[in-house]
Design a protein around this ligand. Structure first.
Ligand code: ADP
Length: 265
């Protein structure tokens, strides 16, 4: 199996926010399964991409959702011209051939889906393919990385202790103001001063979390707004479209966020 399509060809831009690179390298050296915890859009996916590139390993990423079944991860028999044939799912491909497998938003997956990862995350490092009657021993390079956002999980959607205790964890948050402005300026291709202004709006929005906003404006949203401004759209329109309108439907909160924008520009 050729994993070339899963190899990163260029170095992803990643601005470290602490010593997460060294921590990851140690975790990878021991093939520890890792959970990346943190709000959406704060850089978890980019970090895994960067680490896969740095370690020279292929990366297979899968966004989890509630309709996902175990077969979507491990594989299934499919009918083709020669009859039924087994097709490895993305997790099995990673396990068999030695990729880093990144399951984004793992708590979105159903419990029966998450249990398939259990034998991979202890000393056995195996993946049983029940339907096929095969037990796949993990390739020495295989590592499992999952992410989740502890901020907006309902209790039923948090990770079960039996799953949690199999992982080492790295905690992420939005980067500190200076770093976040550098990131937004770089990614959106805008001036540093404008990026800093966007970051300031994000900080104010993140403070509104105590007043009922589910999530503040993420780094990703700032980049989108920056791109629109670079295109020539008026800043307030850009920020409304990319930052404030998407995050809440509450009219009072919209008004509060709108006021933030008006005073910023
Ligand atoms: P998450 O996986 O946490 O939802 P992403 O990794 O997709 O978030 O981050 C969203 C975007 O923010 C990325 O595409 C990248 O442009 C930018 N970003 C966030 N943090 C960083 C960082 N530390 N270094 C470089 N880019 C970052």
């Amino acid at each position: 199996m050729d994993l070339t399509p899963y190899r990163l060809t260029a170095e992803p831009y990643y601005h470290p926010t602490g010593h997460e690179i060294a921590l990851y390298e140690h975790a990878y050296a021991h093939r520890l399964p890792l959970v990346l915890k943190g709000p959406t859009g704060c850089g978890k996916t980019r970090f895994v991409e960067y680490m896969a590139w740095r370690l020279g390993k292929p990366l297979i990423t899968l966004a989890c959702n509630e309709d996902m079944t175990a077969a979507d991860l491990v594989g299934r028999y499919l009918l083709d011209a020669e009859g039924t044939r087994w097709h490895d799912g993305p997790l099995t491909t990673a396990v068999r051939h030695g990729a880093i497998c990144y399951l984004d938003e793992v708590v979105e997956a159903r419990q029966d889906t998450t249990v398939v990862i259990h034998p991979l995350t202890d000393s056995r490092r195996i993946l049983p393919l029940d339907k096929k009657g095969e037990i796949v021993a993990a390739h020495p390079d295989f590592q499992l990385v999952v992410s989740y956002n502890p901020g907006y999980q309902s209790h039923s959607k948090s990770l079960k202790q039996s799953t949690r205790q199999r992982f080492a964890a790295l905690e992420f948050d939005y980067p500190a103001a200076e770093a976040e402005a550098d990131i937004v300026a770089h990614e959106a291709g805008i001036e540093r001063a404008l990026a800093a202004r966007l970051v300031d709006i994000a900080h104010q929005s993140r403070r509104l979390r105590e007043r009922g906003l589910d999530e503040g404006i993420s780094t990703r949203m700032l980049i989108y707004a920056g791109v629109l401004i670079r295109d020539g759209l008026p800043p307030v329109d850009s920020c409304r479209m990319a930052m404030t309108a998407p995050i809440t439907d509450d009219p009072d909160m919209q008004r509060a966020l709108g006021a933030l924008l008006e005073s910023a520009f």
